[in-house]
Design a protein around this ligand. Sequence first.
Ligand code: SAM
Length: 282
Amino acid sequence: MIDKLPPLREVIATHDLRAKKQLGQNFLLDLNLTSKIARQAGDLSGCDVLEVGPGPGGLTRGLLAEGARHVLAIEKDPRALPALQEIADAYPGRLTVINGDALQIDPLAHLTPPIRIAANLPYNVGTELLIRWLTPSKWPPFWQSLTLMFQKEVAERIVATPGSKAYGRLALLAQWRADARIVMSLPPEAFVPAPKVHSAVVHLAALPRPRFLADPAVLAQITAAAFNQRRKMLRASLKGLHPQIEDLLLSVDIPPTARAEEIDLQRFCALARALADARSAG
Ligand code: SAM
């Protein structure tokens, strides 16, 4: 046992925490598994951890047992609060719980750096938060690492490389300023109730500075245009960005007839710089 608290099945029965579909509730009940996920988040001692969607607290207990200095847990479902209070009592001063929607709450006032983020969230909320965490107003961001459970297909899009079907805006956004790896794969039966799809844990470590220089807004504009029409040649999909787009593509060694999924991050960043220069010159 990782702690002296009751097993999660008992916690769920005691507090009548039947999973609600509309809250995307698929719980992890194996504390050895949640501790293993917590270990993927790196060395937690000396770190504050932001956990989004703790539910009955399986991952929360893993994070605390693995030595997190302090966990801030944001949970939308008020039914989970009594179970989370029991965990807070077992780890005095180390767990703060906020009842609310993680998409609406600014957690920063409650956190002291260094900060890591860990979550097993409903997939739609997880992707929205991931994009927010990857696009802060300044870099490096407030977090050192993100350790997040996703639908396997989304996890594959985050770590995808050029030439694959999964490669696109999410891969470029994630890999531009972070190291992204799939660190665990989980079958549906790992959750209660079991979802329809396989899941995977992705670990993203923030780089101190972007891998290649580029203006974030220009890079986002290019990748949106390129991948929104991913079957088109770049000279067509990027046509609206600059009248001399073919020359700009050639200037950074991108064949104008290439398609978005063939182009790596380095060349997209070079194109973003060339486009920004051309715009400021013209
Ligand atoms: N972390 C727990 C575990 O691993 O067993 C629960 C995982 S369950 C997939 C997702 C949790 O996120 C649920 O407890 C749900 O109530 C909560 N949740 C859903 N939407 C949320 C939101 N917008 N903000 C905060 N929590 C949310």
